[in-house]
Design a protein around this ligand. Sequence first.
Ligand SMILES: *Cc1c(COP(=O)(O)O)cnc(C)c1O
Length: 410
Amino acid sequence: MISLPALDLTQMVPEEKCARDESIPFGKPMIDAAEIAAVTEILSGTQLVHGPAMRRFESLFAERIGCAHAVAMSSCTAGLHLSLLVNGVGPGDEVMVPAMTHVATAHAVEYCGARPVFVDVERETGNLDPSLVVERVTPAMKAIMPVHYLGLPCDMAALGEIARSNDLFLVEDCALAMDAEFDGRKAGTHGLTGCFSFYPVKHLTTAEGGMVATDDGGIADALRRRRAFGYDKALGERTRPGIYDVAELGYNYRMNEIAAAIGVVQLGKLDGFQAARKRNFHIMKEILAGSGGVQVLGGGRGRAQSSYYCLNVVLPEDARLDRDEVIARLGQRGIGCSIHYPSAVPMFAYYREKYGYRRGQFPVAESLAARSISLPVGPHLTANDARRVANAVGDILNANTSTTGIELAS
Ligand SMILES: *Cc1c(COP(=O)(O)O)cnc(C)c1O
């Protein structure tokens, strides 16, 4: 993830200029005295792991999403890994993964010793295309991992039908899909499990952290055992201190109490965060409509309600400016952006070399990797900041000349 560092302009320029040109990073954790007080309370106590803050965060999260069980993890990646593992994915198995996602989705399959089968995505949304998915199901396939690209839910009705008729299960990668909805139900409640991330630039943060949502009590229990070494008894269930048995190979994927306490405070602020994201997105979308022929990804669409993670502009094939040049020019104006993602996953060296993929096999994912820019819409932007970002993009795309000479022929 590329996000330009926030410059401390107060050190360098007079106050008026500072107010006008303050830098806007792509993402910024919204931490204030409430999180600091919650962390202080944990650190002043005696229980730093396995405690009540984690259980409270889990139950508040489950309530928010509308699932029966929420199991906290040290990261979303840990949740993706265990979701596959506890449902029996192992060597010889295959799991379908979109070619355009965070590498964590595919890595989770590799951790299990299984093979990711990459499928190209829809040009309009960056999501799995059900008509391609149905063609790529193999006899060795166990699961499909729909990734709600930039927070727009995949067609979970169509994918659910494909899963049912081929005896596959769905693990939703909801890292960018907090509060997104498909057919009025939250992302993360359509699959067998849904995995969320609390990395600093996601919708809410615990510094590092993740959550797995599921309606299946057996799966929730298995996830709880596997996140803590495979102990057969949780800390509170041991009749004698320190006595437990280990029946399976578990991991250390727990969420600590400090992270969980931050998460509880962040959940309380989430409605405000989400309202700001949606407002900023719509302000920017309106300004950008028709700007240099860009396509805007990331809003709601049909039965899918977005989480408004960012506003992603896809430059036209014949754009006058190269994508990296646009990002550099935004950087000069103090505006940070991100790229989702710098490469189609099969084109990263690890996957390309292991499986022998060639350029051009995933044309839509490869084109999104080369031509899209994710603009900030987070709650750290005021409405004026959102206007400033969109106007800057419009200016840059409509400018005729390049300062560095990197121009694409049109
Ligand atoms: C951020 C992200 C992840 C990884 O989340 P972590 O909590 O950092 O492990 C996985 N998938 C997607 C789509 C992401 O954006």
